[in-house]
Design a binder for this molecule. Structure first.
Ligand code: ATP
Length: 528
C-alpha cells in the first residue's frame, strides 16, 4: 500500500479470494521445480518474502522487462528511459511524503506475540461475511436454475442484504478511521467485531500503531558522521528529481515521459502470496509530464494503452479489470488499478495515477530549485502535471506464470503439464533434440544451435526418449522443439514441434529461423 487510503470501490477487491488454492500451490512448486524461482538464501531456511530468480526465471523476468521497455520507450518518440540509483538524498523522501505518511497500521497480539496488519484483520473478517452472502447466492442459483435473477436476489433477499450491508459498513468505518488516522477507532472496531488472532484465537490486542514501510540504512564510515538513508520504496522519485536534467539534456517538450525499471524495497508487515507481495521487488514505472489541465485526457490515454499492452500478450480479456479509485490519495485527481485474476482472485497488477503537480512542486519546495517547463506555444512556464503508470515486474511474472500453467487431458487420457507462456516471453525459445546420441545426429543438432543462438536463447537436450523430452520442454514453457533424426542426414530436414498444439511439421534446416521469427517477433506481438 502506498500511503494509506481506503477505497470504497475496493469492496469487490475481496470477492474472489481463496477460489483456486490448488492452482496457486501448483504454480509455486512448478516455479521451483523448473528453475524459475527459489526462496532467497534457502540453505538457511530462506528469508520471508524475499525470492531469487533462477535460470529460467531470470530469462522470463528479463523478457517481460524488455517487452515493457520496448512498448514504452521504443514505441513512443517522446518517452526516454533512465536508470537512477536506489540510494537517494534523504530529503527526497521527506518531500515525497514517504517519511511522514508511508505507513501501514499494525497491531500485535499480546499472547501470541504475533504481528498483523490491522486493516487486513478487518478486511479478512469482512470477507468472511461477504462469503456468507456468496453462499446464499450460490444456493439460490442452484435452486432456481435458469430463471434465477441474481441482481434481484442480491437486492431483495433479507439475509444477503444484511450480510452485504454489514460488510460495507465495517469497511466504510475502517476506511474513515484510517483516513482520519483515528487508530483508536480501528482498535475499537477490532474489539467490537471480536476479531481473534487467526493462529491462536486470542483477543488480547495491543493498540494499533503506524508502521513506516521504508527500510533505513546508513551512509558513511563512522557512527557519528553517518547519514540516515532509505532504500527507495518506489522508483518514481528517481524520475522526478531528474526531471529537469532529462528535459534539458534531451530537449524534451511537454508532453513527454520518463521510464525506468528497477528495484524497490518495502518492509511489508504481512508478506503473503509468494512473489505477489515481496520486501524487495522490481517496478516498471513511467511518469508522463503534461500541460496542467490536460492530465485527465492523458490519464484516459494511458489507461487504454496499458490495457492494450496487457491484452497483446493474449492471456484472456476476462482476466483483467479496472478498479477505479473513488477516493484519491492527497496527490492524485484520478487513479485506477489494472487488476488481474490471480489464482487467489482479482488483485492489483498495475496502478495508473494522475498525480497532479504534487511531486514536482514538493521537490521545488524542498530543494529550492525551479522544476518547470517553458512552453513556447503558450509562452509561459509551469510545473507540469504527471500521469504515472506503475507495474510490479514480479506481479506481472506471477500473472504470466499462473495463467500459463495448465494440465491438459490428451486424447489418450494422459495428462500433460504445459506452461503456455506467451512465446515472446518464453525463457528458452527452442530445444534442439537429436533423436539418438549417435550417427552424427548430436553434431548436426549442435550446428543448428550455433546458427540459432545469435538470435534466440536455445538449448540442447539429448537425455531420455524424445517423447519425455517433449514433455519436459512443454513443462518448462519452450515454444518449439526441433528434432534431428536420420532423415535429416539424407535431406537436411528436421521436425519442428509446436508446444501449444503439439503439431509437428517437417521443414528444412534453413527454414527454422524464419519459422521461429513468425511467432517470436516484437512487431507481431506489440502491434496487436
Ligand atoms: P498494494 O496495495 O498491493 O500494496 P500499492 O498500491 O501499494 O500495492 P503502488 O505503490 O501503487 O502499489 O506500486 C505500484 C506497483 O508496484 C503495484 O501495482 C504492484 O504491481 C507493485 N508492488 C507494490 N508493492 C509490491 C510488493 N510488496 N511486492 C511486489 N510488487 C509490489
Amino acid at each position: 500500500m502506498s500511503f494509506w487510503l481506503w477505497e470504497l470501490g475496493g469492496l469487490s477487491y475481496f470477492c474472489d479470494m481463496a477460489n483456486n488454492e490448488d492452482q496457486f500451490k501448483k504454480v509455486v512448486s512448478h516455479a521451483r521445480e523448473y528453475g524459475y524461482i527459489f526462496a532467497s538464501s534457502e540453505i538457511y531456511d530462506g528469508l520471508s518474502a524475499v525470492y531469487d530468480y533462477a535460470q529460467n526465471g531470470v530469462e522470463l523476468k528479463k523478457n517481460i522487462r524488455e517487452y515493457w521497455w520496448r512498448s514504452m520507450v521504443y514505441m513512443h518518440q517522446n518517452i526516454v528511459g533512465i536508470d537512477s540509483s536506489i540510494l537517494m538524498h534523504p530529503t527526497t523522501w521527506k518531500a515525497s511524503g514517504h517519511v511522514d505518511a508511508f505507513n501501514d497500521p499494525l497491531i500485535d497480539n499480546k499472547d501470541s506475540k504475533k504481528r498483523y496488519r490491522a486493516d487486513v484483520l478487518i478486511e479478512d473478517y469482512a470477507e468472511k461475511i461477504y462469503q456468507k452472502a456468496q453462499k446464499e447466492i450460490a444456493k439460490a442459483k442452484k435452486r432456481f436454475g435458469d430463471s434465477f435473477d441474481e441482481q434481484e436476489f442480491i437486492t431483495t433477499n433479507p439475509r444477503v442484504v444484511r450480510y452485504l450491508e454489514e460488510q460495507r459498513s465495517i469497511l466504510e468505518r475502517m476506511g474513515r478511521s484510517l483516513e482520519k488516522e483515528d487508530l483508536a477507532d480501528v482498535k475499537a472496531l477490532i474489539e467490537e467485531l471480536e476479531i481473534a488472532d487467526p493462529d491462536t484465537g486470542s483477543k488480547n490486542w495491543t493498540d494499533v500503531r503506524q508502521f513506516n514501510l521504508m527500510f533505513g540504512t546508513k551512509l558513511g564510515a563512522s557512527a557519528e558522521s553517518a547519514m540516515d538513508l532509505y532504500l527507495r520504496p518506489e522508483t518514481a522519485q528517481g524520475i522526478f528529481v531528474n526531471f529537469l536534467n532529462i528535459q534539458k539534456s534531451g530537449r524534451m517538450k511537454v508532453p513527454f515521459g520518463i521510464a525506468q525499471t528497477g528495484k524497490a524495497f518495502r518492509n511489508e508487515i504481512v508478506a503473503r502470496q509468494f512473489i505477489f507481495r515481496m520486501r524487495e521487488f522490481e517496478q516498471m514505472e513511467m511518469q508522463f509530464f503534461v500541460r496542467p489541465g490536460e492530465e485527465l485526457k492523458w490519464y484516459e490515454y494511458w489507461k487504454e494503452t496499458r490495457l492494450k499492452w496487457h491484452l497483446s500478450l493474449g492471456m484472456g480479456e476476462e482476466n483483467y479489470r479496472f478498479h477505479d479509485h473513488e477516493k484519491m490519495a492527497h496527490y492524485a485527481n484520478a487513479a485506477t488499478d489494472i487488476e488481474f485474476d490471480y489464482p487467489f482472485g482479482f488483485k492489483e497488477l498495475e496502478g495508473i495515477h494522475s498525480r497532479t503537480d504534487f511531486d514536482l512542486k514538493a521537490h521545488e519546495k524542498f530543494s529550492g530549485k525551479k522544476l518547470q517547463f517553458f512552453d513556447h506555444e503558450l509562452n509561459e512556464s509551469y510545473v507540469p502535471y504527471v500521469v504515472e503508470t506503475s507495474i510490479g515486474l514480479d506481479r506481472m511474472f506471477l500473472a504470466v506464470m499462473s495463467n500459463s500453467l495448465q494440465d491438459e487431458t490428451l486424447e489418450d487420457g494422459s495428462v500433460r503439464t504445459v506452461l503456455k507462456l506467451p512465446a515472446i516471453l518464453a525463457p528458452v525459445k527452442a530445444a534442439v533434440l537429436p533423436l539418438v546420441k549417435k550417427d552424427s545426429l548430436p553434431e548436426i543438432a549442435h550446428k543448428i544451435i550455433d546458427d540459432l543462438k545469435w538470435d534466440y536463447n536455445v538449448v540442447y537436450d539429448e537425455k531420455d526418449a524424445v517423447g519425455r523430452r517433449y514433455r519436459r520442454q512443454d513443462a518448462a514453457g519452450t515454444p518449439f522443439c526441433i528434432t534431428v533424426d536420420h532423415q535429416t542426414i539424407e535431406d537436411n530436414t528436421v521436425t519442428i514441434r509446436y508446444r501449444d498444439t503439439m503439431e509437428q511439421e517437417r521443414i528444412s534446416i534453413e527454414e527454422i529461423s524464419e519459422k521461429m521469427k513468425e511467432t517470436i517477433s516484437y512487431k507481431n506481438w506489440l502491434s496487436k
